[in-house]
Design a protein around this ligand. Structure first.
Ligand SMILES: *[C@@H]1O[C@H](CO)[C@@H](O)[C@H](O)[C@H]1NC(C)=O
Ligand SMILES: *[C@@H]1O[C@H](CO)[C@@H](O)[C@H](O)[C@H]1NC(C)=O
Ligand SMILES: *[C@@H]1O[C@H](CO)[C@@H](O)[C@H](O)[C@H]1NC(C)=O
Ligand SMILES: *[C@@H]1O[C@H](CO)[C@@H](O)[C@H](O)[C@H]1NC(C)=O
Ligand SMILES: *[C@@H]1O[C@H](CO)[C@@H](O)[C@H](O)[C@H]1NC(C)=O
Length: 469
């Protein structure tokens, strides 16, 4: 993932709605009606698929299965998109894109079957890889059609990423944690971020619940303990912050708050709550995180979900997808920790309806049901793309959680093929790093960028996204 800017307080009043695109042809969704939700989700998913592949031929627009067109879309977002499409199938039962989704994921497993494809070696961070892990984990939990026989099972692929992250746990700085970047020459290597560590926590929790193997739960506990008690990333009152500078031994945090970081923690805590059969400590943590998400549902914006960067329209290509992950793991929490449902379902309803009305069918919009970025806006705000579409699909379809089966595990019919030792080869399983376009000067430049970026993050100011790395 790219660098994230800081956020401002959400005290500004909403701008008056622009009537540039009248909303008369928008999706008018009653989120309590499953049939309406299914139809809305299908229309929105169709547009998302059309951003990945030619609707006529099914050929990926990027020319490579499993990749979105780069620029602007990075590798991780394709992984996130396939996860959303698996959720879409699971919530609606519509399997029309399953073969394409499966083929895309399988292609990106890469040469060593560890989600470290050589083509991405110049760029890949731990959080990027984890978003693919979430996708294969969902595939296992929902009994998504298995990969071909010559490929490890969905569960085994998730275990591989768990094992890789395990080798990247680093106690020399900050008393633990994994770094954002896998490769030390990439900008951001000195940043220990929530998405990588919280993502590792969530993956461990999911593996614990799915396999029943307590080793994973112990790891989840260890990571949680570091996040909450050693690093500054989670405060005592359950604020979730973006990251911390390992060069300063994580003595301070970038206090930006993002929907997806909360989503990651809420998801992980919900899996642990369920795995421990309702341990009060996980109940407390889960409820603590959920309570803090009020920040993203300001009453002055109709209690509709937003990330702060939307207000000045400064979100980058990654950030516009973030709301989708909070919606996704809200739904999971409502299932695995039913006590949270009364707090969560109203959020999903209000934001699902609001998101749907940004997806318009005509009025000069070339693609019907393309959704906007700001759900508090009246109608389509003219700001569309994969992230916006993915987010809208997520929050709309999450409303089907009230009628969906819970995710499966080994005790309830989950039968994905595992391999607890996959991915334990460490660095020798890494692809050969391609140096031709990285000179020593570039590497020096990269570390300068890192220093600048990290100091800007610590300063909490707005800063421009360095999109290329
Ligand atoms: C890597 O790039 C090559 C050349 O564009 C392509 O043929 C191959 O499918 C790519 N591999 C992956 C895993 O994306
Ligand atoms: C770095 O932080 C860790 C965790 O808080 C602490 O245990 C360690 O002593 C610190 N190291 C230095 C050199 O300050
Ligand atoms: C765990 O999840 C299942 C499936 O949704 C649910 O029936 C059960 O009540 C949950 N356990 C607890 C302790 O809430
Ligand atoms: C979250 O808010 C609910 C409702 O106000 C409250 O009962 C609960 O104790 C809070 N949880 C935490 C951890 O503060
Ligand atoms: C449990 O998971 C750990 C970590 O991957 C593995 O080493 C161990 O073999 C697993 N145990 C069983 C019974 O599968």
């Amino acid at each position: 993932m790219r660098f994230f800017g800081s956020t401002r307080a959400l005290s500004v009043l909403p701008l008056l709605a622009s009537w540039l695109f009248p909303s008369t042809s928008a999706i008018d969704l009653d989120p309590t009606q499953p049939d309406q939700v299914r139809i809305a989700a299908k229309n929105v998913a169709q547009v998302l698929m059309s951003m990945y592949a030619d609707p006529q031929t099914g050929a990926p627009i990027s020319g490579i299965p499993g990749l979105l067109q780069y620029p602007p879309y990075y590798w991780w977002e394709a992984g996130a998109m396939f996860g959303q499409l698996i959720d879409y199938w699971y919530y609606t039962g519509d399997s029309q894109w399953n073969d394409m989704v499966r083929a895309g994921i399988v292609h990106q497993i890469g040469e060593n079957r560890n989600f470290m494809p050589a083509n991405q070696s110049k760029d890949e961070g731990n959080d990027d890889q984890l978003f693919w892990a979430f996708t294969v984990m969902s595939a296992a939990e929902y009994n998504f059609p298995n990969p071909p026989d010559n490929v490890p099972g969905w569960l085994a692929l998730a275990q591989s990423i768990f094992n890789q992250l395990n080798t990247r746990w680093e106690t020399a700085t900050c008393g633990g944690g994994t770094r954002w970047q896998i490769y030390q020459w990439l900008p951001g290597y000195d940043y220990k971020n929530l998405a990588s560590n919280g993502g590792f926590f969530q993956l461990s929790a999911r593996l614990a619940l799915y396999t029943g193997n307590d080793t994973y739960a112990q790891k989840a506990l260890e990571i949680y303990d570091w996040l909450a008690n050693i690093s500054p990333l989670i405060s005592d009152d359950y604020h979730v912050y973006d990251g911390s500078d390992a060069k300063k031994n994580c003595s301070d945090a970038d206090h930006s708050q993002w929907t997806y970081n909360y989503g990651i923690m809420i998801g992980g805590a919900a899996y642990m709550y369920n795995y421990t059969n309702g341990d009060p400590i996980w109940r407390e943590r889960l409820s603590g995180f959920i309570n803090q998400t009020g920040y993203f549902f300001p009453e002055s914006y109709g209690s509709v979900m937003l990330d702060a960067c939307e207000i000045p329209q400064k979100c980058n290509i990654d950030q516009v997808s973030f709301k989708g992950y909070l919606a996704r793991w809200f739904a999971i929490a409502a299932q695995l920790a039913p006590f949270t449902a009364p707090q969560i379902i109203p959020h999903l309803r209000i934001s699902g309806k609001a998101a749907a009305q940004t997806c318009v069918a005509s009025d000069g919009v070339p693609v019907p049901y393309k959704c906007g970025n700001r759900w508090y806006w009246q109608g389509y705000d003219g700001n569309s793309g994969v992230g916006q579409q993915l987010s809208a699909l997520s929050v709309i379809s999450a409303n089907l959680v009230t009628v969906a089966e819970p995710p499966k595990n080994v005790h309830t019919g989950g039968d994905s093929q595992g391999d607890p030792s996959l991915g334990t080869g460490g660095a020798k399983e890494f692809p050969e790093f391609q140096f031709p376009d990285v000179t020593t000067a570039d590497k020096v430049a990269a570390s300068v960028v890192t220093a600048v970026v990290v100091s800007c993050m610590m300063g909490g100011g707005w800063w421009i996204v360095h999109g290329e790395s």
